[in-house]
Design a protein around this ligand. Structure first.
Ligand SMILES: [Fe+2]
Length: 216
């Protein structure tokens, strides 16, 4: 039976420090710079992540694997009470990649175990069409343990991430405030240019329920 396990003290302390550190910073580049300096130490804390992974396996109450997230392999580890950032973990099986996508905020991501692949894309059209885009690969990085990659919001940060390794790997990311107000992100098909909206399963259910109500 699951037993209660709160957020580990060492993680809670770090997150509170980040909250204080990020609060006075107003520009996105400096927020990214702050997290690029702070995140590597967390990425190399094997004891902490062993504790978190074991808690997931043993169905402990923390971390809650049922919270509202965009991707099925994503787990929220901490939400800043003043909404400055969230800390998320992604678990990747061998050969798994997310769709090419944008974000609603800045982000700094890194690898806890294995080697994360990040493919960046640039948008070659005007960038204003919400249904179709011309994108091309702009760079591919392999992130070993402790290394970070920064993400910008919207068209400046189109990318996909995944796992080219033969075993499951762990990625962690810190994401800033949602600056777009969207409750979805854009997913891009690099071959056809088609853009679709990607909602969290929970947000999609709420949206469709709202629409369905209109016809009842
Ligand atoms: Fe992403």
């Amino acid at each position: 039976m699951a037993h209660a396990l709160d957020i580990p003290d060492s993680l809670s302390c770090r997150c509170r420090r980040w909250s204080e550190g990020l609060r006075p910073i107003k520009d996105m580049g400096s927020c990214i710079g702050y997290m690029e300096r702070e995140l590597p130490e967390l990425l190399e804390d094997n004891d902490l992540f062993r504790e978190i992974l074991r808690a997931i396996v043993e169905r402990d109450s923390y971390p809650d694997i049922n919270t509202d997230t965009m991707f099925v392999n994503e787990i929220v580890l901490f939400r800043d009470p003043v909404r400055g950032f969230s800390l998320r973990m992604c678990l990747w099986g061998p050969g798994e990649y997310d769709p090419v996508h944008d974000h609603n905020s800045w982000g700094v991501i890194g690898t806890v175990s294995g080697c994360l692949t990040v493919v960046g894309y640039q948008r070659l059209d005007g960038g204003s069409d919400e249904r179709c885009a011309v994108i091309e690969e702009a760079g591919r990085e392999l992130l070993p343990v402790g290394c970070t990659y920064s993400v910008l919001p919207l068209n400046q940060g189109i990318h996909c991430t995944g796992n080219a390794d033969a075993s499951a790997i762990v990625q962690v990311g810190v994401y800033g405030k949602n600056i777009t107000g969207r409750n979805y992100i854009h997913a891009f098909d690099p071959a056809t240019g088609e853009i679709s909206r990607l909602y969290s399963p929970q947000a999609k259910k709420r949206m469709l329920a709202r629409q369905a109500l209109l016809s009842l």
